[in-house]
Design a protein around this ligand. Structure first.
Ligand SMILES: [Zn+2]
Length: 175
């Protein structure tokens, strides 16, 4: 689950930094029947402001009133949603840095004593993480130990556990 907004990876024109922070502020610009909306992000080093396009030159009537309200209210939840929208990230040619912006909630320690456990992992945000890292953290193992469990067929899943995932998956661990 996310603990704060991820940082936006983008080159700052004012300094050498490449990390920007969204604070939930938006800029909306209406001109005649057209409307633009941007999510503002601040350079983490010098504070310079950059804009990520939410939409540009949209027909005012085509924008949902509920979305307009949230833009005008500088809704941090909306900023979080937009930063998880692959279309917004592609449009602005930015990637995200989730380091330190999420945590693993195991929901207790019952799973630690069992010989066989079926675990389902639910992502509260599209955080790209290595399943190996989640399993290691959730079971108090090293990543090398998790790698051995996979090699020995004791940790199995329908998804490839060695890559990165951004969505829900399940696995079975036998010890
Ligand atoms: Zn800067």
């Amino acid at each position: 689950m996310p603990t704060r907004l991820p940082l936006v990876l983008r080159r700052c024109h004012a300094c050498a930094s490449d990390h920007f922070r969204a604070n939930g502020k938006f800029r909306v610009n209406a001109h005649h029947k057209l409307i633009d909306a941007w999510l503002l992000v601040l350079c983490t080093s010098c504070g310079d402001t950059a804009k990520l396009t939410v939409f540009e030159r949209a027909q005012v009537r085509s924008v949902r009133p509920e979305l307009l309200d949230r833009l005008h209210a500088n809704d941090v939840g909306l900023a979080a949603e937009l930063l998880q929208d692959p279309v917004v990230l592609r449009r602005n040619r930015v990637a995200l840095d989730w380091d330190g912006a999420w945590r693993l909630d195991t929901g207790g320690s019952d799973h630690l004593d069992r010989e066989v456990v079926d675990i389902s992992v639910r992502f509260a945000a599209r955080v790209p993480v290595r399943p190996v890292r989640l399993v290691a953290e959730g079971f108090g193992l090293s990543r090398a130990e998790v790698g051995r469990l996979i090699a020995d067929g004791k940790l199995v899943s329908a998804v490839r556990l060695s890559g990165k995932l951004t969505g829900d998956f399940t696995f079975t661990l036998k010890r």
